[in-house]
Design a binder for this molecule. Sequence first.
Ligand SMILES: N[C@@H](CCC(=O)N[C@@H](CS)C(=O)NCC(=O)O)C(=O)O
Length: 227
Amino acid sequence: MSQQPLTLVSHLLCPYVQRAAIALNEKGVPFERVVIDLANKPQWFLDISPLGKVPLLKVRRPDGSEAVLFESNVICEYLEETQPGARLHPEDPLTRAEHRAWMEFGSAILGDLWGYETTQDAAIFEQKRLALVAKFERVEAALGAGPYFAGASFSLVDAVFAPVFRYFEVFDALHDSHIFDALPKVNAWRQALAARPSVRNAVVPEYPQHLMDFLKHHQAHLLTLAA
Ligand SMILES: N[C@@H](CCC(=O)N[C@@H](CS)C(=O)NCC(=O)O)C(=O)O
């Protein structure tokens, strides 16, 4: 039986899991992490995950029974509404709605990134690279003085984008995508997020090696460029 009231069912590379882990870290809420292999999903996981995806957040109800939340943004919103610690959404409803929209935009970027990192095809790789440039130009236009999305305070938008930028610490070391060349605010934001303890602690220290193994497994075009 879980010792913590909150259990995050995870995968070592999943950026959606990282959002929830970052939110929990920011709030200083202890949680148990259970890591599963998505290539070999255990039956107990399939039984409780309606979409067969991580993250899941297992929550103990006051009567001792267990609820299972799925979808990372739903989990983040639940944490924001229930857990003590730092507030990660703005007070103002309009600004909060804008933040939720940029969280969705972060998910759209992850959609392009999936193709960028897994394709073996040079043309698809370039198409995805250009799609990412176009999306990050939008992000650049939305950023203010920093260091975080909304200025001095860390928000759920930061929790969504930090795992996106983490990919590029590995990818751009293999082959410079030039995606961020003309985006000074995005670059500054990336650096601020990479230095944040909640972000650093959201993955295991072996994360870069796991990501390299993932690229090799997919025989990714990115590795061909690095060779
Ligand atoms: N919309 C979902 C996306 C979650 C998602 O796509 N998770 C991936 C791992 S990063 C997954 O579990 N995929 C299932 C699989 O690989 O079979 C969320 O925000 O939680």
